[in-house]
Structure formats: structure tokens, C-alpha cells
Design a binder for this molecule. Sequence first.
Ligand code: SAM
Length: 288
Amino acid sequence: MRRATARKPSANRAPKRKPKLGQNFLVDAGAAHRIVEALGDVSNRTVIEIGPGRGVLTDALARRAKRVIGIELDRVLAAQLRMRYATRGNVEVLESDFVTAEFASMVGRRPGPLHDLRPTQPDTVDIVGNLPYYITSEIVLRILELHPHIERAVVMVQREVADRIASKPGSREYGLLSATTQLFARVEKLFTLPPEAFSPPPQVHSTVIRLTMAPRLGELRVEEEPFIGFLKLAFAQKRKTLANNLRVRYDAAAIRTAFKSAGVRPDVRAEAMSLEKTAAVFRTLATA
Ligand code: SAM
């Protein structure tokens, strides 16, 4: 069994994994169809499926997409999927962790008898998956990190996570995941499924969201890495004001000046800030 090369583990990676790998399999065939349809016309596209499991989405994808790459962490499921799609030239299955796998090794050419028939590396791919809920945020953040390679992603997440991702500044749910997602993508909530749509049923409802990549870094005049670091600092402690969170790195006078020039109240909290205002404060502090 071939595996994708692992990239260096991120320092933020949660150290502990639940043993069952979030294996709630979708048993509602209509819903599987709607998820794949939400990708649009994929007849000329490479689609990476995160966690194909027993293949309910993979079957539908194999009929529609030019190339399907399933990334499945469970060794037994990955082996079963490989056997099932062995004769489908457009489906490949890698036993790998989507969060740590290198993008190039996911989409690259594979050695073997089909080598010469494999397509060349695609410019961009689409992503689909009913995400394992124990690791949703890490997977969404990895998808966003890969934004230059991705056009759209249709993923199923826990309903509350979908609400957080789509929420607007000033709402209770708005946080780091909302801000980071909206920095890179337009977010649409598509539909919600009850626990009975899965086997075994999870304890929560699930919502399918579509992320259409539309990075705002240029428009906000920020560099990706430092601005993401700034967002992490801004949202570090939810109970604190933005100014207090920023005090870890910047001095009080510089923060006051930056808030004033951005037209921001001194006692504002990060969750009340639009990305435009946050970027304005960041830019002023970066040049202070
Ligand atoms: N796509 C299938 C479906 O809709 O029925 C399975 C969905 S199930 C919610 C999540 C799948 O992701 C499981 O097959 C699980 O083994 C796999 N998985 C869990 N963690 C993973 C990871 N880090 N990378 C890739 N696959 C993972």
C-alpha cells in the first residue's frame, strides 16, 4: 500500500486522537448525490476526497470526475477501497492523514503499470468529504492553507461548526475559525442532515458547506503568515478584550494609536471586528 509523504507536523496539532476516527458513515444515498452535485461540473476536474470510508461519495464521484483521489487514514478501509476501484482508472486511494500529507504527494504521478496514463499534476483541485468530526477544525484549516491549489470544497461538518464558520463579526459564534475561513473563501451553508442519515448515528446534526476559494489577502493588504499569526493572537483568549490579547506582543501606546487610526473602540473584542478593521489595526502595528 502506497502512502503520501507526511509533511512536518504542525506545532498546533492536537496530540490525542479518538480511536474510531470519526467513522459515522453516510447511509442516505440522496444526500450523497446532493453533496457531489454541489461540486458542480467535475468532468474535467481532479477531486480529492477526504476520508472516503466505505465509498458512498466515491462511487458518485467516480462516475462524474476526471480523476478522484481518496485520502483515507484507516488502513483496512483504504485497502478495501483500493480493491473496489482497482479497475477504475480514474480513482486512486492513498492510505494517509489528510492533515499531514504533502499536497504534491497526494496529486503527484504514481509509479506502476498505469504510470504513463496518469494525468499530469493538476493546476487546482476540488475537495469533498464528510469530515471526521474529531478533527474538523484541523482539516478545514489545512484546506485553507492549501488555497492556491483548491478551487472549491464541499464538506460536511457538525451543524454548530458550520454555524461558526459562516457566522458574521459581532455574532456569538464568530471566532478564529470564522475569521480564517472568511479570509480565504466565500462560505455557503447548503443543507442539514439529521443523525439518522449516518451509521452509526452521531449525536449531532450535520451541515454541508461549500467553500469557494476567494482569498482577500491582496485586498486587505496583508501577508498571509503574519496576518494569520495576528488573528491567532487576537482571538487567543475569548474573555479578554482585543487590546489585552495584543498586549502580549505590542506595547499599549502602539495599540491605542492603531485602534484610533482604524476607528476602533479601545474595549472592543476580536469577535466584533470585521476583517477590514482587523487588517487596518494589523497594518498600523506592523509599521509601528
Ligand atoms: N466518506 C464516508 C461517508 O460519507 O460515509 C466516510 C465519512 S466518516 C464521517 C470519516 C472518514 O474519514 C472515515 O472513513 C475515517 O476513517 C476517515 N478519516 C479519519 N481521520 C482522517 C484523516 N486524518 N485523514 C483522512 N481520513 C480520515
